[in-house]
Design a binder for this molecule. Sequence first.
Ligand code: GUN
Length: 295
Amino acid sequence: MAAKLIKGTEVAQAIREELKKEIAELKAKHQVTPGLVTILVGEDPASVSYVTAKQRTSKELGFYSIQDNQSPDISDDTLLALIATYNKDPKIHGILVQLPLPKHIDETKVLYAIDPKKDVDAFHPVNVGKLLIGEPDFLPCTPHGIWQLLIRSGTQIEGAEVVVVGRSNIVGKPIAAILMQKLPHANATVTVCHTKTRDMAFHTKRADILIVAAGRPKAVTADMVKEGAVVIDVGVNRIGMTPEGKAILAGDVDFEAVQKKASAITPVPGGVGPMTITMLMLNTVKAAKLAAGMV
Ligand code: GUN
């Protein structure tokens, strides 16, 4: 039987409707408008498209929002000074520097410079550490989006065997940390596979929940998946162009074959992608509440 589709577009829309109510209340009762700045260095086409989508959504939700485009030649010092200005700006609650940055810029230094209370990506080591000890202010956006997809699709997470393919700081490591928390809708047994894993299929075939963030099309094929597994595909691979010049996207999972075996699966596009942006909006609302002393 074909798997149920976990439609990120619909779940994201539902969360945005919840956020709209919260934002209306923030504005009416507390005179607080969530403020987000997205800083883009250079013109990498994928980054331009991500940042444009983030700006569009923040405007739809009624945020105060700034798109700050910087030259690819910007120096570390100028970028750090810019971040320092936004750290001090009371109208800005969330600061997002789109990654990757040009090679000459020290990415670590830049991420460390963002005030942890405005770090809506949750990439600052303070926020990474807070997640690991179970006291997060913010959860990183893509892992949080995956967690919400699992919860809202009714997936049994507690006690489940979860296998994560990929150990990036942005997805693999934090989703493992989230799902192993001693909390309702977590409490899973988590295995993380990576490029040096000896027998990847041995692990993936045990998974009740398989989360794939490998960065490679068809990294997971049907023979690697257990019958009835829930499969979350985090991959966004540009595998070609339409005649109109639009990118053709594919995930990291062989969707056609795996959907015949899984009980539920996320599509690409329309799965994890829309959730990432929505969780960024949720973090910005949380940051605005933190700044107002409401949480
Ligand atoms: N580049 C790809 N994904 C992300 C993300 O979640 N945040 C930022 N800042 N850059 C990215």
